[in-house]
Design a protein around this ligand. Structure first.
Ligand code: ASP
Ligand code: MG
Length: 405
């Protein structure tokens, strides 16, 4: 008998009909003999609606109360799903995060799970029940309700799968798996049968929004086999797992991109110790996250310093640099908020030379200028002008053999 954790996202439980369809799927798997723990999100749009209500009360809602409020979304869904299951004659019981006792720290709205008490769930499973658990929420040591951050139900699912040593954690969503890139940009994008945790993490942090990043980290850490599948269509989805010898032997597994980028340059900065920290210190103090950083080789005692930030932070970052210019004896502040980052990701890079040069040649052949480059063990990212995004992603997708046959 296999034990599965199924997680259904907001669109999968977005209407009464859809909750009934989820119940039907759960009932069939249960009847086939699997033990099931089902984690659900709030009905789609509900969490945003609740946050909207809170903002009508307070510009900056009190954190503790905000978590009390937004956690109700998932409480509605667990009850409705259990009712739908009961209506089908399936024995099921619902629990909120605090009833299970998903113990978290006390960082409201971004709490981290510390410990899960699985006694009640195990007893119910042994009794033949389906256990339905509210995603996204927990309880701190003092009994306060906490939430795990947007998209946090994925993490609830993975954490329960880890605690229960489930055979697999299924994340049911509105797409049928993880794709080589966004199919809206590249119609020939392909669903991957498998991808490694590391690759998925890179894809997720680079802007591929299928799973909450923390859930992937968690799954990797506790070796939870994670499968992304469609709630609406049949199919095996994409398995996220450790690298094994049967893995598709692709050099590149996917292409990620991020449109929300902007770059800033401080030119003619004296090339002296401490300059980088004098620039980035004040930027960090404004709570602006910096992504790529490039400093030129110094010439004539000065150098140029360029970095990228989220496009929303562009103006604030420019202001910080303007403020620093005279203080640092720099000459010019310049910037561009119509750039994007395109990255190729693949564990195959570790054992193959020449991937970077292939990438650069593909872009050169399309007449696309590369403005910045950064690399890690399993990814290469470039910054290019926004207007070339689609062209670049499509050309790379073809060149690295990712197009659908
Ligand atoms: N309902 C929460 C959200 O919208 C958590 C989740 O869906 O995973 O972010
Ligand atoms: Mg989600």
């Amino acid at each position: 008998m296999a034990l599965y954790v199924y997680k259904f996202g907001g669109t999968s439980v977005g209407t009464v009909e859809r909750i009934k369809a989820v119940a039907d799927k759960v009932k069939r798997a249960h009847e086939a003999g699997d033990q099931l723990v089902v984690v659900v999100s709030a009905m789609s749009g509900e969490t945003n609606r609740l946050i909207g209500l809170a903002k009508q009360m307070q510009v900056q809602p009190t954190e503790r109360e905000l978590d009390v409020l937004v956690s109700t979304g998932e409480q509605v869904t667990i009850a409705l799903l259990c009712m739908a299951l009961h209506d089908l004659g399936c024995n099921a019981v619902s629990y909120t995060g605090s009833q299970v006792r998903i113990l978290t720290d006390s960082s409201f709205s971004k709490a981290r799970i510390r410990e899960i008490d699985d006694a009640k769930i195990r007893a119910d499973l042994a009794d033949g029940k389906v256990v339905v658990v509210a995603g996204f929420q927990g309880v701190d040591q003092d009994g306060n309700i906490t939430t795990l951050g947007r998209g946090g139900s994925d993490t609830t699912g993975v954490a329960l799968a880890a605690a229960l040593k489930a055979d697999e954690c299924h994340i049911y969503t509105d797409v049928d798996g993880v794709y080589t890139t966004d199919p809206r940009v590249v119609p020939k994008a392909r669903r991957l049968d498998k991808i490694t945790f590391e690759e998925m993490l890179e894809m997720a942090s680079l802007g591929s929004k299928v799973l909450q990043i923390r859930s992937v980290e968690f799954a990797g850490k506790y070796n939870v086999a994670l499968r992304v599948l469609s709630s609406f269509a049949e199919g095996n989805g994409t398995l996220i797992t450790y690298e094994d010898s049967n893995m598709e032997k692709a050099l590149i597994s996917g292409i990620a991109f991020n449109r929300d980028e902007a770059k800033l340059t401080l030119s003619g900065v004296p090339d002296l110790p401490g300059v980088a920290s004098k620039i980035l210190g004040p930027v960090a103090a404004e709570n602006i996250e910096v992504d790529m950083i490039v400093q030129n080789v110094g010439a004539n005692g000065t150098t140029d310093f360029t970095f990228t930030v989220n496009r929303n932070d562009y103006l604030r970052a420019s202001n910080v640099l303007e403020g620093l210019r005279d203080q640092l004896g720099a000459q010019v502040v310049s910037g561009d908020d119509s750039i994007v980052k395109v990255s190729i990701v693949g564990v195959g890079m570790r054992s193959h030379a020449g991937i970077a040069s292939t990438m650069f040649k593909v872009l050169a052949d399309e007449g696309i200028n590369i403005q910045m480059i950064s690399t890690s063990e399993i990814k290469i990212s470039v910054v290019i002008a926004e207007k070339y995004l689609e062209l670049a992603v499509r050309a790379l997708h073809t060149a690295f053999g990712l197009d659908q046959a």
